[in-house]
Design a protein around this ligand. Structure first.
Ligand code: HMG
Length: 382
């Protein structure tokens, strides 16, 4: 029985900052961002948007095409959680009006946990193939102003429906894993932005993803040449090029950038979307390539700290009948461009408080955060 990603949808934020704007005001050559990092812009939430509103929008569009009574679990992966106890998926469950007989839980391991959620879903469907599972990856990447990470901010969500006999991608059994305790990137409970050792993070990413490939290669009869296209976690798209070059050197195989080119367009425009980044790469590959039926995709998932997984999936025959590139184009095109001063103000005014406040209606998305009362986050449909 085939199990995998049956359908997916994405969402992002109300605002966008063009990296040329940042470069100009910081006195940096814009090519450092466009070529050096491979990034054009990043999404930024309005005060009435967060991981829940983005996830709810993506999932709402997705589920309009499906029978929600079959959904048995909501697995919500994020590292920009809005509560230390309550799972973001519970808010989402209410906003979407899902049945009560559903399990909702949140998963965390930096940018990696979306992959854990996907694999948990695949394993659960193997036991109960008639059921369906909603996997959410949703994150807001906020770095401190005037730091090296600032141009790699971003925000976005990908909602995926995992089922038997999927329309898009069958996830194949057998992964390669790697875990090592590295302090390359972390965000303590009392900080709204992460601490980062930039160079260490690059090294840790390359070491962990290569080790995950080695683990998989030792367990499955799979050569690097059996993979038709590679997908990467892309904190910035140049990272995917760096990883492919490192993998080519490590395996002694020639791996051309054509193997990843079509996976980058959405991440270039969104910035780092943490857990969602790898799945935006998948979305872009499916949307930009008309010739993927029967092809094997290799997924490199990485989360700082650090955990990596390499796994594979096979694109299904009629996948072109089940993709909606126009929805992504609308999400990207509808964003309102920020001036540099507006961006700085929005960044500085970010509310990380549980004291009472009300947000001004800004987002045009179907769900918004209206504020906090009695220390509780309040969401509403609009
Ligand atoms: P930096 O110091 O700003 O940049 O830090 P740089 O000086 O290293 O330059 C970057 C690239 O631009 C270099 O290319 C330069 O040569 C090039 P490279 O040598 O790497 O190929 N460059 C130019 N190119 C063209 N024209 C020019 C020009 N000038 C320079 N004029 C760094 C970069 C990534 C460290 C920083 O942005 C950062 O700290 N980012 C955040 C951490 C990060 O994204 N790490 C990635 C791996 S870890 C990861 O993926 C996990 C993560 O997603 C978190 C999680 O798991 O939760 C981050």
């Amino acid at each position: 029985m085939k199990i995998g990603i049956h359908d997916l949808e994405v969402a992002t934020t109300h605002y966008v900052l063009d990296l040329d704007t940042l470069a100009e005001r910081h006195g940096i050559d814009p090519k450092k961002f466009s070529i050096g990092l491979g990034q054009d812009a990043f999404s930024m939430p309005a005060p009435d948007e967060d991981i829940v509103t983005m996830a709810a929008e993506a999932a709402d569009t997705l589920l309009a095409r499906h029978d929600v009574s079959k959904i048995r679990q909501v697995l919500f992966a994020t590292e920009s959680s809005v509560d230390q106890s309550k799972a973001a998926g519970v808010y989402l469950h209410e906003l979407l009006g899902l049945p009560a007989n559903v399990r909702s839980v949140e998963l965390k391991q930096a940018c990696y946990s979306g992959t854990a959620a996907l694999q948990m879903a695949v394993n659960a469907i193997a036991r109960t193939p008639e059921e369906q599972i909603l996997v959410i990856t949703s994150d807001v990447a906020r770095y401190a102003l005037d730091t090296g990470g600032e141009p790699t901010q971003g925000a976005g969500a990908v909602a995926m429906l995992v089922t038997a006999n999927p329309n898009l991608v069958e996830i194949e059994p057998g992964s390669g894993f790697h875990t090592s305790d590295v302090n390359d990137f972390w965000r303590p409970n009392d900080s709204t932005t992460p601490y980062v050792d930039g160079q260490l993070s690059l090294d840790a990413y390359l070491t962990a993803t290569t080790a995950a490939w080695d683990d998989l290669a030792a367990r499955r009869d799979l050569s690097i040449d059996d993979v038709d296209k590679f997908l990467h976690h892309q904190p910035f798209t140049k990272m995917a090029r760096k990883q492919l070059a490192a993998l080519a050197e490590h395996t002694g195989h020639e791996l051309s950038d054509e193997l990843i080119e079509e996976s980058m367009s959405y991440n270039r425009a969104l910035g780092n979307t943490y857990t969602a980044s790898l799945y935006f790469a998948l979305t872009a590959q499916l949307h930009n390539n008309a010739d993927l039926a029967g092809k094997r995709l290799g997924f490199f998932s990485y989360g700082s700290g650090a955990v990596a997984e390499f796994f594979t999936g096979v694109v299904q025959e009629n996948y072109r009948d089940h993709i909606y590139p126009e929805h992504v184009a609308k999400q990207l095109g509808n964003r309102v461009e920020l001036t540099y001063d507006e961006y700085r103000t929005l960044h500085s005014d970010f509310a990380a408080t549980s004291e009472t406040y009300t947000t001004q209606p800004t987002t045009h998305a179907p769900f918004r955060l209206s504020g906090v009362t009695e220390f509780q986050r309040r969401y509403e449909a609009q």
